[in-house]
Design a protein around this ligand. Structure first.
Ligand code: SAH
Length: 377
């Protein structure tokens, strides 16, 4: 995708679009019309925007554009999971995954090219960090997923009912752009998703969690992964800056700001012999009494040279039972899209690491042998 000097309207929030049109001497309702064309009808060009005057369309063609990131590949797994490799400006790639389940479709969206947090068990972290995605590149992933089913009509829009910011990157390290994109996800004139169906997942950037609660109302998931600081310092290094007690306090402050009763989703990637022992369950149960939450156990998804193993199903069940007995609502995340490497922590974009944590480009390794595999467009 080539950089152009035109203004990309794709990632603009309703307020930004209104400002843009007011500078053109246009009334605010033009912004709403264009917003609907872009996000409700999936318009690719200004010529499609038939309720906009021809002269204004000409002006827009001159100075603006609606530019999505480029799709490199689309894989569809046997269980219906779809994965896109998306090339963003600068040449790096990120991944987006859609997980259908009954009448729900959960889209897992990336927020950064790579990640700077370096969690020890996450393949994205191993690739280093390149840059933040723009709001257009983030919301573009939602538009791409819906359009993969055909025209952007209400039926196809229902293929994406939930969005989780659980793809590549730490969303709270890309605060402004992630908030702009999530605003569009929930905006009635755009995607109209409810605040309960848009979830941001964070490794625990405490000051940004506080800021988030001040500017937007979305559901929150926290990647805990360990019941004590000693272990969490190793698995999630940002814990050294914001230890568990500060994180739990921030969760409670976040919940207090919401105007309805919700709980935090606590994510716990389970690794054999690392955080899956009875003593961990005991510590975790005690800790989770301190915040209204539900626990989501993610069995570790292996990747080459990770150094970790997924525990046996038996060990996971025992841990889950222990949590249930302690009164903690617990679910185990089912692994989806396995054969197209679409599971959590298996997302391998192509990151030109600016931190030099890795010395070379990690190639995209998505060739799957699934018969349903297709190339988009
Ligand atoms: N930076 C955000 C979003 C990351 S991805 C965060 O940390 O929450 C979403 C979840 O997948 C996180 O809980 C992350 O810790 C988890 N994850 C990462 N690698 C994994 C792996 N190999 N197996 C299972 N879960 C993993």
């Amino acid at each position: 995708m080539n950089q152009t000097s035109k203004t990309n309207l794709l990632g603009m929030s309703p307020v930004q679009l209104a400002e843009y049109f007011s500078k053109l001497g246009e009334k605010p309702f033009r912004a709403t019309q264009v917003l609907k064309w872009i996000h409700q009808h999936g318009a690719e060009s200004f010529d499609e925007m038939t309720n906009i005057s021809k002269s204004l369309r000409e002006v827009l063609k001159e100075q603006a554009e609606v530019r999505e990131p480029e799709i490199v590949s689309q894989d569809i797994s046997k269980d219906g999971t779809r994965k896109w490799v998306i090339r963003v400006e600068g040449g790096s790639c990120v991944e987006t995954v859609l997980i259908p389940e009954g009448d729900r479709g959960t889209l897992c969206v990336s927020s950064q090219v790579g990640c700077s947090l370096n969690c020890s068990f996450c393949s994205t972290g191993k690739q280093g960090f390149n840059r933040n995605l723009t709001a257009a590149e983030i919301i573009g992933q939602v538009r791409i997923a819906i359009k993969s089913f055909g025209p952007m009509d209400p039926a196809n829009k229902r293929m994406v009912t939930n969005v989780v910011m659980m793809g590549m990157g730490e969303p709270l390290m890309n605060f402004e752009r992630v908030v702009a994109a999530m605003t569009l996800m929930m905006e009635d004139n755009a995607y109209g998703l409810s605040k309960r169906r848009v979830t941001l997942s964070t490794a625990g950037v405490v000051p940004a969690m506080d800021k988030l609660g001040d500017v937007i109302d979305v559901s929150l998931a926290v990647s805990l992964h360990a019941p004590n600081d000693e272990l969490r310092d190793v698995l999630v290094p940002i814990n050294k800056k914001y230890p568990i007690n500060e994180l739990i306090d921030a969760c409670n402050r976040y919940l207090e700001k919401l105007d309805d009763k919700r709980v935090i989703t606590i994510e716990y990637t389970m690794m054999q012999g690392v955080n899956d022992l009875p003593e961990h369950a005991k510590q975790l149960a005690k800790l989770l009494k301190k915040v209204p939450c539900k626990l989501n156990i993610i069995p570790f998804n292996p990747f080459p040279n990770s150094g970790y193993k997924r525990p046996s199903s038996k060990a996971i069940e025992l841990f889950k039972d222990a949590m249930h007995k302690a009164g903690i609502r617990t679910t185990v995340r089912r692994t989806r899209g396995d054969e197209i490497d679409a599971a959590c922590g298996q997302l391998v974009g192509m990151v030109d690491d600016k931190t030099r944590r890795t010395s070379k480009l990690i190639p995209v390794v998505q060739q799957s042998d699934v018969s349903a595999t297709s190339n988009a467009r």
